[in-house]
Design a protein around this ligand. Structure first.
Ligand code: FAD
Ligand code: SIN
Length: 524
């Protein structure tokens, strides 16, 4: 299909970009699976913005830089923080029913924030945002929404019928999940808004499709990526034998929840950080990891049962109900929790307009490294990043519209040398293997030896997966496996390059922090 702009991803970043473009041009939005399958719909806590009387932009900027251990780009942090109130305003106009208090919004407090700053819709903010954006996009005559499309690779000058090595991006090849056919979708500009790579880890709060597709596609096409070693682990994912990735929002700690060692019955955060349960995520996740390892525990407890039951039910209705269905009453009992991968801080390098290294290619949201998060994302800053950079990318595309040439003739997808797979077991085996060694060797606490072991396995798997990819027709599983492996490779290579412990990258071999913060930039 041909459109003016191709947007890959229908989460907060993709749909914000589409809606900001659509009054001026025709936008095609492609999504893997359903339109609500990304992380956006799963977000619980909310969106950070300076809205409280005593709060200031300077405080939000400082909190973001402190959480990010100084690796953030100050210019980006200022750019995003100062645009947060208007981003919330736009969502209100789209009908997002934020909780209110008096004349203003009710704000939650979360770890690393020096003020109450989190605008929220109870404990299911992401679903409300996702619904409002989909509703607005469906109603816009200039937006075509096409779910069920697994993008395989970017279309660049190499795919032009008259070959060019320019690196100019013209859209994507995408597998139609229903027909099994791969089609070219072509436009003057392309926006990647494909979310993170969390599923590279065995335990993750992210949805199944978070396989780093956009990051891997951009890398293969020639764009640089940065800070991929900065993988955020959320301290409090539910520990349950069947429900593996249910998040217990940070707001539970923000509203007074305590972390307790189930063996000693004691609150343990006082031993680790003076900010207690509201220290930044990396600190709390490492403290939990340390208690689990020291005492041989399966989990620790998160307890908010000392608060009135009505308060807990009112603030956390969805979590309360979900836990009740699993036999846990959080108004009376502690919740068993463990850390799990949660957010990909690194990604495709972009500037303040969402532009990547490749002409015609933009990136926004979790797949991008805009400089906002540095070495550790401050809670609830990422939906905000999606909203600000989705708009910024759209504004830049419109500003440059006259300079964007019409797409040339593009080669159709070539399937002449592949056949249907007869060994799908290889995909499952490799997928499981990657996620397991990434969890064990490239997790919360790292060593060079373990990273090297992971690198060795990745090297072997590359040959196997590329061989498979070269011989068989693509399926969504195969596309995801290839991207998962590429993402794992970028994470491990970045981690091996950082010879210090900063933010989310903590290694026993280099426990000190360097005087000067430095991005880990990988060049294809
Ligand atoms: P996503 O919303 O993840 O969307 C990605 C889109 O890309 C999807 O439509 C997907 O189908 C599509 N896609 C991916 N690959 C392909 C492909 N190959 N072909 C076609 N389409 C593709 N952040 C906050 O700020 N506040 C919170 O309270 C919060 N809570 C969270 C709770 C959970 C459980 C999780 C997992 C994350 C949370 N986050 C939160 C993080 C935040 O939700 C995400 O960072 C953000 O939603 C990412 O939005 P996005 O638009 O970049 O990507
Ligand atoms: C949470 O609700 O704890 C998640 C917030 C975030 O990831 O920003």
């Amino acid at each position: 299909m041909q459109a003016d702009v191709i947007v890959v991803g229908s989460g907060a970043a993709g749909l914000t970009a589409a809606l900001s473009l659509a009054d001026k041009c025709h936008v095609l939005v492609l999504a893997k699976g359903t339109l609500t399958g990304g992380s956006t719909a799963w977000a619980q806590g909310g969106i950070a913005a300076v809205l409280d009387a005593g709060d200031t932009f300077e405080d939000h900027i400082r909190d973001t830089m402190v959480a990010g251990a100084g690796l953030n780009r100050l210019e980006t942090v200022e750019h995003v923080v100062s645009r947060a109130p208007e981003a919330i305003e736009r969502l209100i106009e789209l009908g997002v029913p934020f909780n209110t208090e008096g004349k203003g919004l009710h704000l939650h407090r979360e770890g690393g924030h020096s003020h109450r700053r989190i605008a929220h819709v109870a404990d299911a903010t992401g679903w409300a945002v996702q619904e409002a954006l989909v509703r607005a996009a469906e109603a816009h005559p200039n937006i075509t929404l096409l779910p069920g499309q697994s993008c395989v690779d970017l279309i660049t000058g190499r795919h032009e019928q008259r070959y060019s090595g320019s690196g100019r991006v013209w859209g994507v090849y995408a597998l139609d999940e229903a027909s099994g056919r791969v089609e070219a979708h072509i436009g003057r500009a392309t926006v990647l808004a494909t979310g993170g790579a969390g599923r590279v880890y065995q335990f993750s709060t992210a949805p199944r499709g978070a396989t780093g597709d956009g990051i891997a596609m951009a890398w293969r096409a020639g764009a640089r990526v940065a800070n991929m070693e900065m993988m955020q682990f959320h301290p409090t994912c539910l520990y349950h034998l069947e429900v593996k990735n249910f998040l217990i929002t940070e707001a539970v700690r923000g509203e007074g929840g305590h972390l307790i060692n189930p063996r000693t019955g004691e609150r343990f955060m006082p031993q680790y950080d003076e900010r207690l349960e509201l220290a930044p995520r990396d600190v709390v996740a490492r403290a939990i990891d340390s208690e689990i390892k020291k005492y041989g525990l399966d989990f620790v407890h998160l307890d908010i049962s000392h608060k009135p039951a009505s308060f807990v039910r009112e603030h956390f209705p969805n979590i309360h109900e979900k836990l009740l269905s699993l036999g846990i009453d959080m108004t009376r009992q502690p919740i068993p929790v463990v850390p799990a991968q949660h957010y990909t801080c690194g990604g495709i390098i972009t500037d303040l307009d969402g532009r990547t290294d490749l002409p015609g290619l933009y990136a926004a949201g979790e797949c991008a490294e805009s400089g906002l998060h540095g070495a550790n994302r401050l809670a609830s800053n990422s939906l905000l990043e999606c909203l600000v950079f989705g708009s910024a990318a759209a504004a830049d595309i419109l500003a440059r519209w006259e300079s964007f040439e019409a797409p040339p003739a593009i080669n159709a997808w070539d399937e002449s040398r592949v056949s249907d797979s007869d060994e799908e077991v290889i995909i499952k085996q490799n997928w499981t293997e990657i996620r397991r060694f990434m969890w064990n060797y490239v997790g919360i606490v790292r060593t060079t030896k373990r990273l090297e072991r992971a690198a060795h396995r990745i090297k072997m798997l590359f040959d196997e997966v590329e061989d498979y990819y070269g011989h068989f027709r693509v399926t969504t599983d195969l596309i995801e496996l290839r991207n998962l492996l590429q993402s794992a490779d970028l994470i491990v290579r970045s981690a091996l390059k950082r010879h210090e412990s900063r933010g989310l990258h903590y290694t026993l071999d280099y426990p000190e922090i360097d005087a000067e913060p430095r991005d880990t930039v990988l060049v294809p």
